[in-house]
Structure formats: C-alpha cells, structure tokens
Design a binder for this molecule. Structure first.
Ligand SMILES: *Cc1c(COP(=O)(O)O)cnc(C)c1O
Length: 417
C-alpha cells in the first residue's frame, strides 16, 4: 500500500484504510460540490455544525464586514462590540439564571471551561467537592478533560492513564429509574453532573425523555450539585427547540454552546454560568481569578458570525422551518418501520437515526466506513456511527432533497446486506 499523497493527517481517519478524500471546493445551502463538480447533499450538516445552510447570506455578509474592521484583539483587558452583542444575545435566549458568558473556540474547550468553573466554584466552599458525574455513552469532546467525562472505549484507550476518574450513571431508559437512583446516591459527594440534554450524539444518537432531565436537575439541586448542560450538539434547534433544556423546563448551572453558535460558519464556543459561579471567582484575591484563556477567545470575526446567527433566529422563521423539517423527517423515518433490515428507529426534532442490522455492528468492523462510501457514490454525505445511520440536515433542506437521502439509505442497505 502506498502512503498518502497529502501531508494532511485527518481527524478520526485511519489513513491505512481510508481512500483519498474528495476535495470540496464549494458549498451552498444543503449542498457541497467537489473540485470535479460532483454535488453532494450535506445530510450531517458538515459534522453537526451547519444549521441554516452553507453560506447563509447574512452570515457571509457579517464576516466580510467584520474582516474589514477588526480581525483579532486580545480579550483579556479588552473587549469589542460583536462579543458584547453575542453575550447579551445568549443571555436572552438561555434559560433563566445564566448570567455570565465565557468565550472559547470549540465544544471541547467549552466543556473544559465548564469543568474548571465547577471545580473553581467548589474550591472556595467549606467542604470542597471535585468528583464529576457523567452519563454512560457520553461524548463531550476530545481534549483530555472532555475525554475523561466521555465514555471510555477504543477512542480513548491509549490515553486512559491520563484520564481522571468519573462517576458514571447508566444511560436513562424509559422513566430513567436506574439513572436517577444512581444520581441520588452519587450527587451528595459530587461537584457537578455533566449531561448532553436529551440526545447523546457521538454515543450513537441515543435519546432520553425530558422528564428524566427534569428529575436529574431536581436531584442535583437538592444536593447542591452543579448541573452542566453540554448543548454543543443540541443547541440551536437540532432537538426541535432552540435549546434542548427548554423541553425539560430546566436551567442548568453551566451551559456549553459551540457547533451551531455561528450557524456553523466559524469556530466559536461559549460557556454560560450562573451568578453564584461567577461570584465564587469574584474577589480582590487574585488567586481566585478564573485562569483560562485561548489565543482566539471571542475572535471578532467569529463573534460577528454568531451575532448574525442570533439575528437570523429572530428575523427569519427558523422555528417554523424546524417544525416542518421535524415532521418531514418523522414521515420518512416512519417508512422504514416495517423494513426488517433496520431496527432502533428513533427521532428527536430534526434528527433521525436507525440501525442497519449488519452481522458485526461494532465501530471497528468498518460497516460505517463502507456505508459512507456507498452514500458518497449516490451523492449524499452521511457518516454512520458504526451501523447507526443518522440524518441531521441543515434546516434549509427541502422534502425532495430529504427523499434523496432516504433513497440512498435504502439503496445502500440493498448493496450492503
Ligand atoms: C462535538 C461535541 C463536542 C466537542 O466539540 P468540538 O467543537 O468538536 O470540540 C462536545 N460535546 C458534544 C455533545 C459534542 O457533540
């Protein structure tokens, strides 16, 4: 086997097995186009980030205008208007109680910031706590702290010696009784519970009920345990509401946002925290400063894109688009109900998932890669998680385009099984 012709080392890619990646030259709406002119329907929103569609005109215009004004500035001791506007806009859309916004540049970092805020909060307490509770099958990112909170497996086995111990709750099934009982037992000693509200993405597009999330919040509150909502994926409409927390009627103590924050155009993340958490770091004593930064914290161009995104949510019928897309998705998923080649049909908001009944469904068995190739040949970008095929399109996708996606899923099953 010859080596790759490009020096690029791609993410989550086994270069000894992967074919040469297609070169994507353009994107517009729900579509991508290769340098050879092949059109590709982006059915996973370019790894879950694109919300309204590629190159939304208002976001593109905001980026261009900001690039002409200010590209980057240190954010310690200085501020700028796009960041001020985004911070106020986020407080406006966030559940009540979240009062402060810390900017960073990826979902993983937003989670690291959340964990550090939680520990910082407890450090000043009479009885400090440092244990973190997380869900089975969780995914919170690929930096060391975020990996520690996430599920253990083949993805992080090599780094296991560096990962801190986390208390693990069983994934909530049905009324979540086992999960809640475990939380009730662990919460009194824990600094924080971190969860992906309602939808566990990388863990296999697994969903659980809003009632369970509401009960988790109750238990945390009773024991003074902080609740960190990782809405990096679920934020900005994926689950049917702007934030998934809303469906449970809860306010977390810390909220992580990234992916859809700029509509998916540029990297930007935010970690929102309550007054109490901010207050625990507010002191004439410099040692209590929140010691975190990255060079591009609150980059002005990324913030301008985020400001445009927040404006789109206000000025365009995004909520209605999401309702319509959710219904269209439900209808198409339903057409697989009697198809014995698939199982585990599930949907939340705009996201559907189903499992192809292959003999070896493990991630390492490579069914996902092979399926991805079959989808590509049919002009659809899908990237199954093992044998789990999921559809997470941008909100501009139209019903006939969705049909292409589900036709491709049927055709791939035909070829694969
Ligand atoms: C993608 C994701 C992250 C990590 O975000 P990056 O921007 O890729 O670092 C964290 N949490 C959840 C729930 C995610 O889906």
């Amino acid at each position: 086997m010859t080596g790759p012709t490009s020096p690029i080392w791609h993410p989550f890619t086994q270069h000894a097995l992967a074919p040469e990646p297609p070169l994507i030259a353009r994107g517009e709406g729900a579509w991508l186009e290769t340098d050879k002119g092949q059109r590709l329907l982006d059915a996973i929103s370019s790894w879950w980030v694109i919300t309204h569609g590629h190159r939304h005109p208002k976001i593109v215009a905001a980026i261009k205008a900001q690039a002409d004004r200010l590209d980057q500035v240190i954010f310690a001791g200085y501020t700028h208007q796009p960041a001020e506007d985004v911070a106020r806009g986020l407080i406006e859309i966030a559940p009540p109680g979240l009062a402060h916004v810390f900017f960073s540049d990826s979902g993983s970092t937003a989670v690291e910031v959340a964990l550090k805020m939680a520990l910082g909060y407890w450090r000043g307490a009479a009885k400090p706590r440092h244990r973190i509770i997380a869900l089975e099958h969780a995914y919170h990112g690929d930096t060391i702290g975020a990996m520690a909170a996430g599920a253990r497996g083949v993805f992080n086995a090599a780094y296991e010696p560096l990962l801190f111990a986390v208390e693990r709750l069983p994934f909530p099934r049905g009324d979540g009784a086992d999960t809640l009982a475990a939380l009730e037992r662990l919460a009194p000693e824990a600094a924080a519970l971190i969860v992906e509200p309602l939808l566990l993405g990388a863990g296999g597009m697994l969903t659980y009920a809003p009632d369970v999330l509401a009960r988790m919040k109750e238990i945390c509150e009773k024991h003074g345990t902080l609740l960190i909502a990782d809405e990096v994926l679920t934020g900005f409409g994926r689950t049917g509401t702007l934030l998934a927390c809303r469906q449970a009627g809860i306010s977390p103590d810390i909220l992580c946002l990234a992916k859809g924050l700029t509509g998916g155009a540029l990297p930007l993340a935010a970690t929102l925290a309550t007054e109490e958490i901010f207050a625990a770091h507010y002191s004439p004593d410099r040692r209590r400063t929140f010691f975190h930064s990255s060079s591009f914290t609150a980059n002005p161009i990324a913030c301008a894109a985020a400001r445009a995104n927040l404006d789109i949510w206000k000025s365009e019928p995004v909520a209605q688009r999401i309702v319509d897309l959710s219904a269209a998705q439900a209808e198409r998923l339903d057409s697989f109900r009697d198809d014995r080649r698939f199982s585990g049909l599930r949907r939340i908001g705009t996201v559907t998932a189903l499992d192809l009944n292959v003999p070896d469904p493990g991630y390492l068995a490579g069914a996902g890669l092979e399926l991805g190739r079959l989808f590509f040949e049919q002009g659809v970008l899908l990237r199954p998680l093992g044998n789990t095929i999921y559809v997470m399109p941008p909100y501009c996708v139209i019903p006939s385009e969705l049909d292409l996606v589900y036709d491709a899923i049927r055709a791939a099953a035909e070829k694969f099984l």
